[in-house]
Design a protein around this ligand. Structure first.
Ligand code: GDP
Ligand code: ZN
Length: 315
């Protein structure tokens, strides 16, 4: 996150930088050192390809008096993005909170691994969040933590929480601080409940009603970036589509998106995809128990799925 833009010292005359929180109908809410401002893009910028996304850092010129339609300033430039998501549109995301339930619905491990691939592909740091830990007994919780330790061992942060009982929420909050985060995950795992717990003013619909209204409701909504604390921001929609593997993802890229496979030495062949090649240090490390076997087996499944897709693509 560009912290500099919240620094009042950056204010020079009427020119300043701001963080776009939301946009609708050609008007944008922009957070500046001088507070939240309603802005319009200046002339040509409006038609530029790419447009203006929530999460963008923009340069703007503040008007000396609030103009027509309550406009406080004009956006004159969108600064380069370090990443962007398309559905829904949002830019410069620091962190994706990948939410799953410990049960009900049962943890979908392959989906978790696909979301991790998606996050790595988009250069967004992942945070794994297992919700509904209140339904586990202390013994079950212990064995669940063992089950998920391979993720922590490769440096992926992980929290066990209960949106209903409040357990782990402080840990989650401290991992959100200083960042712009989005929440992603399948339906029914408690994403809306978590966002409501963190920021009650959101008042998102949860449970069966929201499921019946369908995911479309979330995904077609305009994203608002909510300032939860001084420098803690979350997107107010639980519908981020990190669930499908990106269309542009190439087979050869897949192994590079696994932190698990780094630091085990070099395979015999350059560009080894750690599948059936001889002299593969990744396969060797799986055999030696240095890489989690279950996660490696899911990697092979994801690889096969991508391969099928490429075959279809080129037919
Ligand atoms: P979403 O589809 O991921 O946004 O999930 P919701 O927030 O709508 O929650 C789905 C269901 O799980 C609802 O019936 C919630 O009451 C329930 N739920 C959410 N969080 C928890 C939790 O921490 N513990 C338990 N036991 N149930 C939860
Ligand atoms: Zn290899």
């Amino acid at each position: 996150m560009n912290k500099a833009l919240l620094d009042p010292a950056l204010r020079e005359d009427s020119l300043c930088e701001g963080l776009v929180l939301s946009g609708f109908g050609g008007f944008y809410q922009v957070l500046t050192a001088a507070g939240e401002k309603t802005c319009k893009p200046r002339g040509r910028l409006q038609k530029d390809e790419g447009g203006i996304y929530p999460g963008d850092t923009v340069r703007l010129e503040l008007l000396s008096a609030t103009g027509e339609g309550g406009v406080d300033g004009m956006i004159i430039q969108v600064l380069p993005r370090f990443n962007q998501l398309q559905r829904p549109k949002v830019a410069n995301i620091d962190q994706a909170v990948l939410v799953l339930a410990v049960d009900d619905p049962p943890t979908d491990w392959i989906l978790l691994d696909k979301m991790l691939v998606m996050a790595a592909y988009n250069q967004i740091s992942p945070l794994i969040c297992f919700n509904k830990c209140d339904i586990l007994s202390p013994e079950e919780k212990e064995s669940f933590l063992k089950l998920v330790s391979p993720y922590q061992e490769v440096g992926i942060p992980l929290v066990l929480v209960s949106a209903i009982k409040g357990e782990g929420i402080d840990d989650l909050l401290s991992l959100l601080r200083g960042k712009i985060s989005v929440f992603a995950g399948p339906s029914g795992v408690g994403k809306s409940s978590l966002l409501n717990r963190l920021y009650p003013e959101l008042n998102l619909t949860t449970g069966k009603i929201s499921q019946r209204l369908g995911r479309g409701r979330h995904t077609t909504r305009h994203v608002h970036i909510i300032r939860m604390e001084e420098d803690t921001f979350v997107a107010d929609t639980p519908g981020f589509s990190l669930l499908d593997l990106p269309e542009a993802l190439m087979l050869s890229q897949l192994p590079t998106l696994y932190p698990d496979f780094a630091d085990h030495g070099s395979c015999r062949f350059d560009g080894c995809i750690h599948y059936k090649e001889p002299g593969c240090v990744v396969k060797q490390s799986v055999a030696e128990g240095l890489i989690d076997e279950a996660r490696y087996n899911r990697y092979l499944k994801i690889y096969d799925e991508l391969k099928d897709r490429e075959v279809k693509y080129h037919d």
